[in-house]
Design a binder for this molecule. Structure first.
Ligand SMILES: NC(=O)c1ccc[n+]([C@@H]2O[C@H](COP(=O)([O-])OP(=O)(O)OC[C@H]3O[C@@H](n4cnc5c(N)ncnc54)[C@H](OP(=O)(O)O)[C@@H]3O)[C@@H](O)[C@H]2O)c1
Length: 329
């Protein structure tokens, strides 16, 4: 399968390394075929650095290449909607970075169009595809902390010096960049929330810098989530039950799961299985689903991508955050 990267920025480089590592580990089904940047020299230096076969100076030129099969979209959130549609119009399958789009309306329309074009589209929210997700689920199902009723999760990085993070036109802000991981963590554990309450602090351009989100479920469960782009945080996720609690180290690529009993004694600790970069799982599942003729991946079905976007729409309405690129076209 010929893999192409659309946008030669920072995460694009990590994905290129992931494909290289997959090849070195014996996976020959995928090849680092193409990269496209808005300017040819950027694509050329990226291709030289990562050993990509072809470099293109425009996204459309790369998408016109008939040998290209699957495109990884690594542009700012503001541009995902138009880039998914562009890929689908050229008959290319898509693995699109989070946040999937800017709002649920864009997500639903992009997915509708891709289905019409017969291409697979899936959201590159890596924590959904990683084995640690199933390991957390199994520990909860085994009743190791009793009945879970409350969780907390936080994800903050000091990244407010990056234009993509702080600019309204690029759909910046904590929620779409890192808050999305806290929401996915909460809903992977508790399922779709019934209510959301949120507030935030903003920068001078009106973009959210620190988000406080409370999710509740009708049966009494709750999640307290924090996301931010001005400070570093421990990135912990804690799930509390009536017989103990479970601590996930780094909800943005879980590294370990520790179980404590109700007397705060550590009873078990499990480390993350050895991984390449952690991005290989989303790539492998996407490839497998394309080979099986599917249009979505089971780890992040389309209805869940749309649901997360709807939840973020609701949260942004409460926080009073909107973007100039909210329209469909
Ligand atoms: N899954 C993860 O762990 C993870 C980690 C980091 C980021 N991300 C996601 O990946 C995406 C990209 O993030 P990043 O940190 O890689 O960003 P970045 O370094 O700023 O790169 C973004 C790329 O988008 C392209 N682009 C197209 N139109 C643009 C515009 N109008 N303004 C700015 N750039 C534009 C640029 O590529 P060319 O000029 O080369 O065409 C740029 O290199 C975001 O959706 C982000 O949320 C995911």
């Amino acid at each position: 399968m010929n893999f192409g990267i659309l946008g030669a920025g920072s995460i694009a480089g990590i994905m290129a390394e992931t494909i290289q590592m997959l090849n070195k580990s014996g996976c020959k089904d995928i090849s680092l075929y193409a990269v496209a940047a808005r300017e040819l020299p950027r694509a050329q230096s990226f291709s030289a650095r990562y050993g990509v076969q072809k470099a293109f100076g425009s996204y459309e030129e790369m998408l016109a290449d008939p040998a290209l099969d699957l495109v990884y979209i690594a542009t700012p959130h503001s541009h995902h909607y138009q880039h998914i549609k562009l890929c689908a119009a050229h008959g290319k399958h898509v693995l699109c970075e989070k946040a999937f789009t800017v709002n649920a309306r864009q997500a639903a329309e992009a997915l509708r169009y891709a289905k019409e074009q017969g291409v697979l589209v899936t959201e590159a929210i890596w924590t959904r595809y990683q084995p640690m997700r199933q390991m957390i689920r199994q520990m909860l199902d085994e009743g190791l902390i009793g009945t879970p009723g409350l969780l907390t999760a936080n994800l903050c990085y000091p990244v407010s010096d990056r234009p993509r993070i702080v600019t309204p036109a690029l759909a910046g802000g904590a929620l779409l960049d890192v808050g999305v991981y806290t929401l996915n963590f909460a809903e992977m554990v508790f399922g779709p929330a019934d209510e959301a309450h949120a507030s935030c602090t903003r920068n001078e351009l009106g973009v959210d810098m620190t988000d406080q989100i409370v999710l509740t479920w009708k049966d009494g469960r709750a999640a307290h989530l924090t996301a931010g782009v001005t400070v570093a945080s421990d990135r912990c996720g804690c799930i509390y039950g009536d017989r103990g609690y479970l601590v996930v180290e780094n909800i943005n690529n879980p590294q370990s799961i520790s179980i404590f009993d109700a007397d705060h004694r550590l009873t078990q600790k499990i480390d993350c299985p050895i991984q390449l970069t952690g991005y290989e799982y989303e790539v492998l599942e996407t490839m497998r689903c394309i080979q099986e003729g599917k249009l979505e991946c089971p780890s992040m079905p389309h209805n869940e991508t749309i649901h997360i976007m709807e939840l973020m729409d609701k949260i942004r309405t409460q926080m009073g955050i909107s973007y100039p690129c909210e329209e469909l076209d």
